[in-house]
Design a protein around this ligand. Structure first.
Ligand code: ADP
Ligand code: ADP
Ligand code: MG
Length: 443
């Protein structure tokens, strides 16, 4: 096992990884920006290194500074968390060159699966169902021809997109060429790669994703699904496991597809296969996230598996000590993301000092956060303040538990999405479980 790990991230996820390391007896190195000197992940780690200015380009994305910090502190491995460098193949490769273990899949897998069009083609070839669509579209003219074949409404998607960005909906065939040109230009500016593909837009579908865990001996287990259909602008707000729409038979089928997909690419470490599920029980692969997922705690609750610890063990070369047959999914977990955004004001990001913080607790309640009293939320980063997760034997009880926990949670000083989450939990469509990815539209 590693003696020391550097965590190349900040916020709640850095705290999450540091806690796992501490429980495993592994020393930790935090990296931080000049704006994060007083951040929780810095005080919780055994050592810390400032890697640059407040902007992520200067610090949390500064690969040379982060690797230098790892070398200087003799860290043997780097955990990238999610976002930032977690899906950066170049960084994974640089780690390898420095003989530092990147806790995640290989650079080659990240490159393959990070290209959403190539991932699609790979999965299709492996026999995993995909949505009617295209390969990389070379020109606006081809985009039009392909759109005619596929039919509207459709989505133009950036191959390099992620985090809900780089997706554009087109409703009318005549709008396709212009939309393609602007989507491609935007993708080039945002991701440094303008490649786009087209997918048929599926209506009234659920986002259901499967968590997989793979070791270097070729063992693959699937820890069941998470439903993440409550989204705003293709970004997840609330997640639950299991999904109301997934029957035991369907779960078996989806788990088999996820395992097949992971095996097809010789996947290593933790990953998530994302699918869209329609009313008829058909599911289609949309992408694979080659990293730890924001919503991993709901799976940890229902499976009893600590995903972060297993990421570390697998990266250290250890084999999974349980098989698919050992995976036992029990109870129901729901996660509410609390973002520093003003839901009543166009979800405008909010910054400021936390004047008062009260965190709920109790059996089956988990709050993953990096907040503390008098902490100042800086303007430079992701708006996630924390994730409140409730776990109970049944969905009804989990809903009530999350409602109770949300009503107890006090975060005073910045605008946030707590009330919105309360509203969602009282919505009939949510309670019935019939909700789809268009849930937030027109709310
Ligand atoms: P997940 O797929 O793990 O649920 P999200 O879909 O919310 O996470 O976001 C995907 C990834 O993109 C995450 O790793 C997150 O950190 C990152 N991300 C989310 N929002 C943004 C943003 N506005 N800018 C850049 N990255 C983002
Ligand atoms: P990202 O890489 O940004 O996470 P995804 O391809 O995973 O992008 O899609 C994000 C969300 O956009 C999905 O969860 C879903 O709600 C919606 N979406 C993506 N593709 C389709 C599609 N073909 N039809 C309908 N909705 C889609
Ligand atoms: Mg996605």
């Amino acid at each position: 096992m590693f003696a020391k790990i550097l965590i190349a991230n900040r916020g709640e996820i850095a705290v999450r990884v540091i806690r796992a390391c501490r429980e495993m007896g592994i020393a930790t190195v935090a990296v931080y920006s000049e704006a994060d000197r007083d951040a929780l992940h810095v005080s919780l780690a055994d050592e810390s290194v400032c890697v640059g200015g407040p902007h992520v380009q200067d610090s949390y994305l500064n690969m040379v500074a982060i690797l230098s910090a790892a070398i200087a502190t003799r860290a043997e491995a780097i955990h990238p968390g999610y976002g930032l460098l977690s899906e950066n193949a170049r960084f994974a490769k640089m780690c390898e060159a420095c003989h530092i273990t990147f806790i995640g899949p290989t650079a080659q897998m990240i490159t393959l699966l990070g290209d959403k069009e190539r991932a699609r083609a790979t999965m299709e070839k492996a026999g995993v169902p995909v949505i009617l669509g295209t390969g990389i579209v070379p020109s606006a003219r081809t985009a039009y021809e392909e759109a005619k074949r596929i039919g509207v409404p459709l989505l133009i998607k950036a191959a390099a997109g992620g985090g809900g960005r780089g997706i554009r909906r087109v409703n009318k065939l005549k709008d396709v060429p212009a939309a393609f040109v602007s989507a491609s230009g935007e993708a080039r500016a945002a991701f440094g790669d303008g490649s786009c593909y087209i997918e048929k837009l599926l209506c009234a579908v659920k986002h259901v994703e499967m968590q997989v865990l793979c070791d270097s001996a070729g063992n693959v287990v699937c820890l069941g699904e998470r439903e993440c259909s409550i989204q705003r602008k293709n970004q997840k707000l609330l997640e639950e496991s299991p999904s109301v729409a997934v029957t035991p038979q369907l779960r078996k089928k989806m788990m088999r597809a996820a395992v097949k997909g992971a095996r097809a690419v010789n996947y290593l470490n933790a990953g998530t296969m994302e699918f869209l599920l329609d009313k008829e029980g058909n599911f289609y692969f949309i992408e694979m996230n080659t990293r730890l997922q924001v919503e991993h705690p709901v799976t940890e609750f229902v499976s009893g598996v600590d995903i972060v610890k297993w990421q570390i063990r697998v990266a250290a070369g250890q084999k999974l000590t349980f098989t698919q047959e050992d995976v036992c999914l029990r109870g129901h977990a729901i996660e509410a993301r609390i973002n520093a955004e003003d839901a009543k004001n166009g979800f405008l990001p909010s910054v400021g000092k936390i004047r008062l913080l009260h965190v709920p607790g109790g059996n089956g309640v988990r709050f993953d956060t990096a907040l503390f009293q008098d902490y100042t939320v800086p303007p430079y980063y992701d708006s996630l303040l924390g994730k409140l997760i409730a776990y109970a034997p049944t969905r009804d009880e989990a809903v009530r538990k999350l409602q109770a926990a949300l009503s107890e949670l006090v975060i005073d000083g910045v605008a946030h999405t707590l009330e919105l989450q309360m509203d969602i939990l009282e919505d009939k469509r949510f309670l019935q479980g019939s909700y789809t990815t268009d849930f937030m539209e027109g709310r």
